[in-house]
Design a protein around this ligand. Structure first.
Ligand code: ZN
Length: 423
């Protein structure tokens, strides 16, 4: 009997020791709150615990007797939404407390942070905008804000166009486009202003756009063209359909992405252009947004859209910058071959492609009509010509508009002058 009692005591000690060692192993939950200064209707806090969470609560302004709580049910990570919609704007302290799932000795943690609560959307005034534009073309808008704002965009469908702002942050100018693939019914350009608390204001830009029909074009692809370009662009031999499609689809998409990133990365500077853009001399061979069908041995093998203007003149003719600007990029890029991108400011840039020679380097300031390279047939070019394109942000637009002094003055420069005049 004494032996049994001793054995029982032994088991109690072992079990008790094990119980304490297990429970002592539990750590307090980790709580995180967003490290921002401004918040609006809600904020999200997170709690995590490697052995599971129990009750999570939040309370405001030190009122720990007025907590909003929920049970995380033993999950390892939990997001708690702090509802601030009924709280008056101003400075507030948000605290989150969390306990882990240990029922006997729950470990607890607390975290508090102060926030400026602001639920009032920013204000903005549409001061001036281009009245008429065309599909594929460009327009401008000038907006003022009573408070300094830094996050403004023109939204056209899924496309976004950045603003440039005055030094005090209250006046904003942007060039935007009606991208060629945005249907007329979907063209509703908006200015979106977002403040630091995340409140947004949207203003409708009333610019009227006119639809247009883009050209269609059939291109017969010779096997000899594929053969020579496969060596240049893919560094491999081949003259068949697959080789052509690899260049015309895969390399084309990668080249466009590369240019998109270069136009987006171009330094945000004020407009540097003076008067109409210069059109390099030569015969027009293809237009903006031509819808091209490619034929190989009379079989339709591909369709692509051409986002520039093709100009053919003498072989290796000097190529001149269309206007004052800064060279943003100069290198070989897939379908474009040797190309130069010039940043003219206000997120407008021009591209010169298929060159045989590049005479400038990134960062170089160029002036209108300055020679920057020579034409050629590098990249996806069948013969010597200049592929000239105009971009607003990373969206290609109709280049010929910018050659027209009256268009440039009334559609873009007059809006910019109003923005400038108030500085
Ligand atoms: Zn072209």
């Amino acid at each position: 009997m004494k032996k049994i009692l001793l054995l029982f005591l032994f088991f109690v000690l072992v079990a008790g020791g094990a119980f304490i060692s297990i429970t002592r192993d539990w750590q307090a939950p980790e709580i995180k709150l967003p490290e921002t200064k401004y918040v609006n209707h809600e904020l999200l806090g997170t709690a995590s615990d490697n052995r599971g969470l129990g009750e999570i609560c939040y309370y405001l302004d030190g009122k720990s007797d007025n907590k909003t709580c929920l049970n995380a049910g033993g999950s390892a990570g939990y997001e708690i939404k702090v509802d601030l919609s009924a709280i008056v704007d101003g400075e507030h302290e948000v605290c989150i407390s969390a306990a882990d799932g240990n029922r006997v000795f729950p470990n607890k943690a607390d975290l508090c942070r102060s926030y400026t609560l602001d639920k009032v959307p920013p204000k903005g005034v549409l001061e001036a905008a281009t009245r008429y534009m065309q599909r594929g073309g460009a327009a401008a808008v000038f907006v003022s804000t009573p408070e300094p704002e830094t996050d403004l965009q023109v939204m056209v469908g899924n496309y976004q166009f950045p603003f440039m702002s005055s030094a005090d942050g209250t006046r904003h100018f942007a060039v935007f486009a009606h991208p060629h693939d945005i249907e007329m019914a979907d063209f509703k350009p908006l200015v979106q202003i977002k403040d630091l608390a995340g409140n947004t204001r949207r203003l409708l830009i009333g610019t009227n756009s006119k639809d247009r029909v883009f050209n269609t074009d059939n291109l017969n692809v010779p096997h000899s063209f594929i053969e020579s370009k496969a060596l240049e662009m893919l560094n491999k031999e081949g003259s068949d359909k697959e080789t052509f499609l690899e260049m015309n689809r895969t390399v084309r998409a990668a080249s466009r992405d590369k240019l998109k990133s270069e136009t987006s990365a171009a330094e945000a500077i004020a407009p540097m252009w003076h008067g109409a853009f210069y059109r390099n001399a030569g015969a027009p061979k293809a237009q903006f947004a031509d819808h091209r069908t490619y034929l190989l041995d009379n079989e339709k093998i591909d369709q692509q859209i051409h986002f520039g203007l093709d100009i053919a003149g003498l072989a290796a003719m000097p190529i001149r910058a269309a206007n004052d600007g800064v060279v943003a990029f100069a290198d070989y890029v897939g379908i474009y071959g040797n190309c130069i991108l010039v940043n003219h400011g206000a997120h407008v840039s021009t591209l010169y492609a298929h060159l045989s020679q590049i005479d400038v380097t990134p960062g170089t300031k160029v002036s209108k009509e300055q020679i920057i390279g020579r034409s050629g047939n590098t990249g996806m070019a069948g013969g010597d010509h200049l592929h000239y394109a105009t971009y607003v942000a990373d969206v290609p637009v109709e280049p010929t508009e910018w050659f027209d002094p009256a268009w440039l003055k009334t559609r873009i420069d007059d809006i910019y002058q109003q923005f400038k005049a108030t500085e």
